[in-house]
Design a protein around this ligand. Structure first.
Ligand code: HEC
Ligand code: HEC
Ligand code: HEC
Ligand code: HEC
Ligand code: HEC
Ligand code: HEC
Ligand code: HEC
Ligand code: HEC
Length: 509
């Protein structure tokens, strides 16, 4: 991978709202600088007075498409009788109300791979993001760049090996793909029942497009109100290995959502935190939602990763910048990795493809976006303290357990004491559950402000128990006294916090 600096192109492509960058830059100035704060506040207030009406983003670009196709009349009248449940869902939803009919979405060309002849009409059963893009280009483009759209592509590596080889391919085809998405195939002109129905988040569609919007917007209502609720995300973000829903439910935010749900104004057309609702934030408030505040605005984003600064799911956590290319691709880029984070205008070469960087959101910029959400209900100082706690816990996990653990695993492999094959030895299972289950619970638990159950009992408590009680004894068993001593001296003894263990076991080793 290489990158070329091309400063001429720099700054040409501001994809994301520059007003945020501007006001955030003001905002970042020292807290003590009260005067500039007041001036900034006054400027923003004056700005709002002079330009009271924000130019609303065009939601559906009617100039490019038309709908209420005459062909759709037949679909409606027959399906009203044949599938009344489906018809009512559609009729009561935004599309029914706006006369976007069955044919407007299901129409297909005769040469589309998934085309079928149905009651004399050319249709496709799958309405893919490319079809939605006729009317909702912004949402589709944001989604396309996000990690969500890569959820099938990442179905390889150690987790896939575990599913496919160790358990059996059917486990992947019926398990992983429910959340991650299938690669939908066509068999004899029909959707292959082994790969469809499926509404996994990164589904690969017959037309080559990626994702399924119905992963969050259930058909045929496609309701915003439903998508805004935590259970929408919890369909996939729950359970032992990604307990974000459970963490949220057990947090004060989740507690408040449960208590005040009917006051959340979920049906509102716009859903601006602090204005349209203020009782509690939900998953979408923090990761996608709209903000209009004194310090800056945020539009709804369909890239749920935009406001993150850490990757909390890997063996070792890393802080990552977000690199946005001119072609719309987006990529997380470790801040302290082997390659420097590129800058705007740079050309980045990867896998034989050259792309120009349109914008880079550094770790701080990503945090500032998230902070813009929180400060509708909390003080800035409170939020800084929260990030401080988050960083401390992630660093404790990284430095004390994850990095030395990983170094010992690598060392054992290099010495031939573990095979290169994953999961054929007990230690590999212990290590996998240590970082992927306990380690993730702790890290995503604190991120979602659930400090009790998920950060501690399901999280760091489990990390420590597995490390001292399972991992180290198994390393000792495999390595034998001499090599175990070498390994712990090299990778553990100088790391703060392990001394008590070696002190206590002095007589033993
Ligand atoms: C005369 C009645 C009738 C008309 C007209 C009609 N449909 Fe259907 N459609 C049905 C019935 C009945 C089914 C269920 C078929 C089954 O269960 O095998 C169906 C099934 C479907 C399916 C699922 C097909 C599959 O293979 O899974 C889609 C999508 C669909 N219709 C869309 C449309 C659209 C779009 C139109 C208009 C262009 C339309 N229908 C017109 C009666 C009709
Ligand atoms: C806003 C676009 C949109 C409109 C309007 C729409 N559909 Fe669909 N429809 C979809 C999507 C998306 C799917 C899910 C396909 C998939 O991804 O698996 C779907 C799936 C279906 C299915 C097959 C799945 C099932 O649950 O059986 C049928 C049947 C169907 N639609 C019929 C209709 C009929 C009839 C109408 C009009 C009353 C209609 N659709 C209007 C987008 C639309
Ligand atoms: C032919 C144009 C067209 C297509 C194709 C289309 N939509 Fe829409 N969509 C609309 C219109 C019009 C509205 C109503 C806008 C409004 O009320 O402001 C709408 C509204 C919505 C909303 C907001 C619903 C609410 O509760 O307010 C969602 C979500 C949505 N569409 C998703 C989709 C998805 C997903 C697809 C593809 C499966 C799709 N749309 C395909 C035209 C379309
Ligand atoms: C219940 C839904 C669900 C199932 C089933 C599931 N996953 Fe996941 N997976 C997720 C979610 C949600 C994440 C993101 C978790 C996070 O960020 O903390 C994820 C993350 C991952 C990652 C890490 C991605 C990255 O960017 O680092 C891999 C790899 C993965 N899953 C593979 C698999 C495989 C292989 C299977 C089946 C053997 C599987 N998953 C089953 C929901 C699921
Ligand atoms: C991860 C869940 C998720 C996925 C996947 C998703 N959406 Fe959404 N979408 C939402 C939420 C939540 C909202 C409401 C945001 C708000 O108003 O706070 C929304 C809102 C919308 C709106 C209404 C915009 C407006 O301003 O009224 C449209 C249109 C839309 N989505 C289209 C799509 C399309 C097209 C796709 C597929 C490319 C898609 N969505 C995929 C969660 C999702
Ligand atoms: C109060 C705001 C807030 C709410 C509510 C919230 N989150 Fe988060 N979430 C965060 C923060 C903050 C982070 C960590 C940000 C960072 O990396 O800097 C995070 C991180 C994540 C991650 C990243 C994990 C990884 O692998 O890196 C996922 C996935 C996630 N949240 C999903 C959810 C889901 C699903 C819900 C609802 C059940 C939810 N969040 C509710 C603020 C929130
Ligand atoms: C159909 C399953 C599914 C649903 C529904 C879903 N997600 Fe995800 N999500 C995933 C998977 C799988 C991943 C991991 C993908 C990867 O790493 O490539 C993921 C990753 C994420 C991440 C990490 C993104 C990043 O850039 O690192 C966040 C944050 C997140 N989801 C939030 C949400 C929120 C908020 C919702 C609800 C509005 C939601 N998700 C709904 C499956 C889902
Ligand atoms: C819509 C308003 C709202 C938003 C937005 C919001 N919070 Fe909260 N948050 C609350 C309320 C209300 C409480 C409960 C206060 C109390 O302790 O009585 C709370 C509690 C908390 C707690 C305390 C948890 C505990 O166990 O005591 C933390 C930490 C927190 N929020 C962090 C955040 C962070 C970080 C963000 C942004 C990523 C955020 N909040 C966004 C309203 C919000």
């Amino acid at each position: 991978m290489t990158r070329k600096s091309n400063s001429k192109a720099r700054g040409n492509n501001k994809i994301l709202i520059s007003k945020v960058e501007m006001t955030m830059a003001l905002w970042r100035k020292s807290l003590g600088d009260l005067i500039s704060h007041i001036i900034a506040g006054a400027l923003v207030a004056a700005f709002c007075l002079v330009f009271p009406v924000e130019v609303a983003a065009v939601k559906v670009d009617a100039s490019k498409v038309s709908w209420d196709s005459p062909k759709g009349k037949k679909c409606k009248s027959c399906h009203r009788k044949e599938t009344p449940g489906l018809w009512n869902e559609w009729h009561e939803g935004a599309h029914g109300k706006a006369d976007v009919n069955c044919y407007d979405c299901h129409q297909a060309d005769k040469d589309d791979v998934d085309h079928i002849k149905h009651k004399g009409f050319d249709i496709a059963v799958i309405v893919s993001p490319s079809d939605c893009a006729r009317c909702h280009e912004t949402e589709v483009n944001q989604f396309k760049g996000s990690h969500h759209s890569k959820a099938v592509a990442i179905l390889d590596g150690i987790d896939n090996f575990l599913g496919k080889e160790i358990v059996g391919a059917t486990a992947v085809d019926t398990g992983c793909i429910v959340c991650h998405g299938s690669t939908v195939k066509i068999e004899d002109g029909e959707l292959d029942p082994a790969t469809w129905p499926n509404t996994g988040i990164g589904r690969v569609n017959p037309d080559g497009s990626i994702g399924s919007c119905t992963a969050c917007h259930t058909r045929h209502r496609f309701s915003k109100a439903q998508a805004r609720q935590p259970t929408t995300c919890g369909r996939c973000h729950s359970g032992d290995h990604q307990p974000q829903l459970e963490s949220y439910n057990s947090s004060k935010h989740g507690m408040l959502f449960a208590a005040d749900r009917e006051k959340m104004n979920l049906e509102s057309d716009q859903w601006i935190v602090g204005k349209d609702y203020y009782d509690a934030p939900t998953c979408t408030t923090c990761h996608m939602g709209q903000v209009k505040g004194v310090a800056g605005d945020l539009e709804v984003t369909h890239d749920v990763g935009e406001r993150l600064s850490w990757n909390l799911r890997g063996e070792v956590s890393q802080k990552e910048a977000l690199v946005i290319y001119e072609n719309g691709d987006r990529e997380s880029w470790p801040e302290d990795g082997d390659e420097d984070v590129p800058e705007e205008g740079d050309e980045v070469e990867k896998d034989g493809k050259t792309r120009t960087v349109a914008q880079v959101l550094g770790v701080e910029a990503r945090r500032e976006r998230m902070t813009l959400v929180c400060i509708n209900c909390h003080s800035e100082i409170y939020v800084k303290a929260f990030y401080n706690q988050l960083d401390s816990l992630v660093e404790l996990y990284n430095e004390k357990f994850a990095k030395p653990g990983l170094a010992i695993m690598t060392d054992l492999k290099e010495r031939g004491l573990l095979t290169r094959q994953d999961f054929d030895e007990n230690l590999e299972w212990i290590w996998y559950e240590l970082w992927r289950k306990a380690g993730r619970n702790a890290r995503s638990g604190i991120a979602m402000t659930a400090t009790a159950e998920y950060t501690w009992w399901q999280g760091m408590y489990e990390v420590a128990k597995r490390f001292y009680n399972d991992f180290l004894p198994e390393v000792e068993r495999i390595a034998g006294d001499q090599v175990y001593k070498e390994l712990t001296e090299k990778h553990l003894k100088d790391i703060e916090g392990h001394q008590w263990y070696f002190e206590a076991r002095k007589g033993k080793n």
